[in-house]
Design a protein around this ligand. Structure first.
Ligand code: AMP
Length: 217
């Protein structure tokens, strides 16, 4: 069986890992599984999973592992995952890690940590504004041209409920508690690649590529 490449991306909310993952996916021609993004779509489409996940996500808590398993299994079976997958935001718990490892064979698996301080996370997320049309802005780094209105559709922008400061602090607390043991797992296996996330988007990306090249991916 052909060896697949699985890249797992870790980083606090606001670390920019979503942006990095999307750039990398285009280069490597691998699909991305962003559980947060899939769950937001489920909420938007008001599916059964979406209805269950909505209040949990709004409170900044983790959606139960069991609810995600069928979703992840299905995605791994998709044809476009034949060469591997880049995960963004999964696994987030031991149970999820166990589940995922059970799906791997003798594949290339690497974990990346996009490292960003708490102070920077709060500055980044507190400034984020979203639009119903899907566009995302940042009042400091990528401000809309016109007041707090969307450049694309002119609708009033809003703060995503999980970007409120109290929710950010809760998300950071959960993130550290859940993620540190997972990071240690990959670190002990010599498969954790740590990247300084407080650099320009392009520099973070080129650091990731350089580390992958060193491992012949
Ligand atoms: P994210 O966009 O990755 O920050 O995810 C947004 C929200 O979706 C999180 O705060 C969780 O409520 C939920 N979520 C995303 N991925 C997972 C996961 N792997 N396990 C549990 N909940 C998740």
């Amino acid at each position: 069986m052909l060896e697949k490449t699985y890249l797992l991306f870790f980083g606090p909310p606001g670390s920019g890992k979503g942006t990095q993952v999307d750039m990398l996916a285009k280069k490597l021609k691998l699909p991305v599984i962003s559980t947060g993004e899939i769950l937001r779509q489920e909420v938007e489409r008001n599916t059964e999973l979406g209805r269950k996940a909505k209040p949990i996500m709004a409170a900044g808590d983790l959606v139960p592992d069991k609810l995600l398993e069928a979703m992840v299994s299905q995605i791994l079976k998709n044809k476009d995952a034949a060469k591997g997958v880049i995960f963004d935001g999964y696994p987030r718990t031991w149970k999820q890690l166990d589940f995922l490892i059970s799906k791997f064979n003798n594949d290339n698996v690497y974990a990346f940590l996009i490292d960003v301080s708490d102070k920077e996370v709060i500055a980044r997320l507190g400034g984020r504004r979203a639009c119903d049309c899907g566009a995302v802005y940042h009042m400091k780094y990528n401000p809309p041209k016109n007041d707090e209105r969307c450049d694309l559709c002119n609708k009033k922008l809003f703060i995503r409920s999980d970007d409120r400061k109290d929710v950010i602090l809760e998300r950071l607390k959960i993130y550290k508690k859940e993620i540190n043991p997972l990071l240690n797992y990959w670190r002990e296996k010599g498969k954790l690649i740590e990247i300084n996330g407080e650099q320009s988007i392009d520099k973070v990306q080129s650091d990731i590529i350089a580390k992958l090249k060193g491992r012949s991916i």
